[in-house]
Design a protein around this ligand. Structure first.
Ligand code: SF4
Length: 392
């Protein structure tokens, strides 16, 4: 592949809705390790008025009841949808908790407000349930940048390495992996594997991979993907902001570049960042992750000052623009349509053969984190899936 080659990836199919779309570049690696730039797109929900919003909220509440459905939302989606999830007995959480909650809940239908890999994970863990998403085109640059065929060939070329993949991957990539991790458990799982003498192949987030390697000392071969949101945080600008607010605690998500992580007082998952704001005595925090998380932070710690970390230089028109375009695709209209119509435009399906393979790496992670937190294993078969767990 040629460096800096910019070629269009799959865009909106002709005849699809004419909603406003924005294009983004993301890194795409091939099986040999070469990287080029590709283009992806996201279509933003059209603005709605107050009356229409109330009408949609009313419909969604009713449909959730009628369909025995539960809404599971990520911290990065719009605050209105986060509140709706909480109010209707669902959950707002990170991807690990979303997966756990959807699996354990008695509802027959899971509505996942997030991005596609989250819906796939829910379906893999709960194949008997119907999993709906507001927009199946809501993707992730990490997922897009790690195609299953190229990844599988890359793994074949390094058979001596244990394959660890981030949650932000397709079901087909998970089917090729030994372990799945999220940002909340990546360090502890890789530390465990390193203690067993295992060498790691990690995909797809190079920044998270580098951070985990530094924390654990593990030998890690990294896939060269990145999150288009977190990759934008700027260390020089953050240092300047920090100098102007020396009393602030700097919270950074490990998907950010190493130069930004180097300025952090705390590095952690979305849940860890929220807990830090709630539990730390400090009054002010600089937050380097998707701005959608501020909604939950403000609810839980309304007395704290929250400052968005900069994603651009002084001449930019938008100084702190960290918001995932695909998370933004989760609008109220799309959510209502998912519940009202379900079927192909909104329902997540994973081929049975892929799901049967992919579930193993997810079960290993869930079993490991359950043991680590002192909880009992709820899935007995998962216990046998953790190699050397007694030494963890
Ligand atoms: S914020 Fe980044 S990692 Fe999360 S879904 Fe969007 S592109 Fe993917």
């Amino acid at each position: 592949m040629t460096d800096s080659l910019l070629t269009p990836a799959a865009g909106p199919a002709s005849g699809m809705s004419a909603k406003p779309t924005t294009a983004f570049e993301f890194p795409l690696q091939d099986s040999s390790g070469e990287v080029c730039l590709r283009q992806a797109w996201a279509s933003l929900p059209e603005p709605i008025g107050a009356d229409e919003k109330e009408s949609l909220l009313h419909d969604i509440r009713r449909l959730l009841r009628e369909r025995n459905a539960v809404l599971v939302a990520h911290y990065y989606v719009d605050g209105v949808i986060q509140d709706l999830a909480t109010e209707t007995g669902g959950l707002v959480a990170d991807s690990l908790e979303m997966a756990r909650f959807g699996h354990d809940h008695t509802a027959q239908t899971l509505v996942v407000a997030g991005v596609r890999f989250m819906g796939e994970t829910a379906k893999i863990l709960s194949p008997e349930k119907t999993v709906l998403m507001p927009d199946l085109q809501a993707n992730c640059s990490l997922d897009l940048g790690c195609p299953a065929d190229a990844f599988s060939q890359f793994c074949d070329a390094h058979p001596d390495r244990t394959v660890v993949v981030y949650a932000n991957t397709s079901a087909a990539v998970k089917a090729r992996a030994d372990w799945m991790v999220t940002s909340s458990c990546a360090v502890s799982i890789v530390r465990h594997l390193h203690a067993q003498g295992e060498k790691i192949l990690f995909a797809p987030d190079r920044h998270l991979g580098r951070y985990v390697a530094e924390q654990t000392g593990a030998d890690m071969l990294l896939w060269e993907g990145h999150c288009i949101v977190h990759d934008e945080f700027k260390a020089v600008e953050l240092a300047s902001l920090k100098a102007r607010h020396p009393e602030s605690i700097v919270l950074v998500h490990p998907e950010a570049p190493a130069s930004v992580i180097a300025l952090a007082d705390r590095v952690g998952s979305t849940t860890a960042m929220i807990n830090a704001v709630v539990e730390n005595d400090a009054k002010s925090f600089i937050v380097a992750t998707d701005q959608g998380i501020l909604h939950r932070m403000r609810q839980l710690a309304p007395e704290k000052t929250l400052i968005e970390a900069p994603t651009a230089g002084t001449s930019a028109t938008c100084k702190s623009c960290a918001h995932c375009p695909w998370m933004a695709m989760n609008g109220l209209k799309a959510l209502r349509n998912a519940l009202a119509n379900s079927g192909a435009p909104h329902e997540i399906n994973v081929p049975a053969e892929t799901a049967e393979k992919a579930v193993n790496c997810i079960h290993r992670m869930l079993a490991f984190t359950a043991l680590e937190s002192g909880g009992a294993l709820t899935n007995a078969s998962a216990a046998g899936l953790i190699p050397h767990i007694g030494a963890a």
